[in-house]
Design a protein around this ligand. Structure first.
Ligand code: HEC
Ligand code: HEC
Length: 322
């Protein structure tokens, strides 16, 4: 009996040695088993998103600049972060960020997990040092218990970024009048129909803002400014001068709610945006060849706006509140 036990043990040991994996892979395997998009993890991320204890002055949270009622953007040109500091860019909507291939106006960061590290540590936004923040959050039983039950580990930066990302992936807004009309569930108004035709056929908007996401996920220069010295956009990633003034092409979903517009919040209304494009934009050498002047009658303006309003969908509010 003893001999058999020894034999079995050796066989089992040998088998496990044969399959021995580097420790990093073993760790990854165990995380693979976690359902990151489970309701519990989304709920943990939601609580963290609205929690001002994530900031150095305990007064600012992700939701201070990404407010549900404004499609998770705000109404400021630049947003107020900790200690009266302001962000250097306009706060974008984070709805449908699940689909984005690149995040931020530089169109460089690839995942929501990685993105979360930026506002947490930016001195104009939440202004925290990660190790201090983890010490603060691990001592809150609600968070520590959730980390244990969902991830089977102490609350740490991994848990923080994974759960924030899971919450944001759950924020979808893809059921607007436009989507319903595409599915044949309702008829567009005459204005919406004319606006959609202008946007997608007569003008050039869908070169950069194609349905269904209304972005190509790339960055481009839409001729907003003559001089980009204040913010050179994607140029700051790899110092390629052909990318001066290149910014992430934003999705236009919920654009009715997300004013003011552009990376610097310099255009206050959709009327200003349409006038910008109709003028043909700046003379900057990097301006896209697609941006050409056009005549915009009063009726065209009304129609284009009717179309843009038709891609608003606030049903996300039902499961996004505090
Ligand atoms: C002080 C205001 C402020 C706070 C606080 C803030 N953000 Fe932002 N957020 C911004 C601004 C401004 C940008 C655009 C930055 C850029 O492109 O360089 C942004 C960009 C983003 C993006 C990229 C969206 C896109 O379309 O590319 C995501 C996702 C995001 N924030 C999530 C968060 C999360 C999660 C938190 C909390 C951990 C947070 N934000 C806290 C202002 C803020
Ligand atoms: C060459 C690509 C390109 C074309 C073509 C284009 N856009 Fe844009 N659009 C952009 C970029 C890039 C931005 C962001 C610029 C910035 O942040 O400075 C933008 C921003 C916008 C915004 C502001 C969104 C926000 O949340 O701030 C609106 C609205 C918009 N475009 C509408 C249109 C319309 C309408 C047309 C057609 C007349 C059009 N665009 C054509 C690239 C393009």
């Amino acid at each position: 009996m003893k001999g058999l036990f020894l034999l079995v043990s050796i066989v089992v040991l040998a088998a496990s040695c044969d399959n021995a994996k580097p420790i990093t892979e073993v760790i990854e395997d165990s995380f693979d088993k976690i359902d990151l998009d489970s309701p519990e993890n989304i709920e943990l991320g939601r609580k963290l998103f609205f929690d001002s204890r994530l900031s150095i002055d305990k007064k600012t949270s992700c939701s201070s600049c990404h407010l549900p009622e404004f499609a998770f953007s705000d109404r400021m040109q630049f947003s107020e972060g900790v200690n009266g500091h302001f962000s250097s860019r306009n706060s974008p909507s984070i709805l449908n960020s699940k689909f984005l291939e690149r995040l931020m106006f530089d169109a460089e960061i690839k995942t929501l997990e990685e993105q979360a590290l930026v506002p947490i540590q930016d001195t104009n936004e939440l202004g925290m040092v990660m190790s201090d923040l983890i010490q603060r959050l691990i001592s809150i039983p609600e968070y520590q218990n959730a980390a244990q039950s969902i991830y089977n580990r102490d609350f740490d930066a991994y848990v923080l970024t994974r759960s924030l990302a899971a919450y944001q992936r759950s924020l979808l807004s893809m059921n607007s009048r436009f989507d319903k009309a595409e599915r044949g569930e309702l008829a567009r108004s005459a204005e919406e129909e004319r606006g959609w035709k202008l946007f997608s056929e007569d003008l050039y908007c869908t070169k950069c803002h194609p349905a269904p996401y209304f972005t190509t996920f790339k960055a481009d220069n839409n001729g907003l400014l003559d001089d980009y010295t204040l913010d050179e956009g994607r140029f700051r990633i790899d110092f390629d001068s052909s990318e001066i003034g290149f910014f992430k092409i934003p999705s236009l979903r919920n654009v009715e709610l997300t004013y003011p517009y552009m990376h610097d919040g310099s255009l206050k209304s959709l009327g200003d945006v349409l006038s910008h494009y109709a003028s043909g934009g700046s003379g900057h050498p990097n301006k896209s060849e697609h941006i050409l002047p056009f005549n915009l009658s009063k009726q065209d303006g009304v129609d284009l706006k009717a179309f843009l309003y038709s891609i608003t969908d606030t049903s996300y509010l039902l499961n996004a509140s505090k």
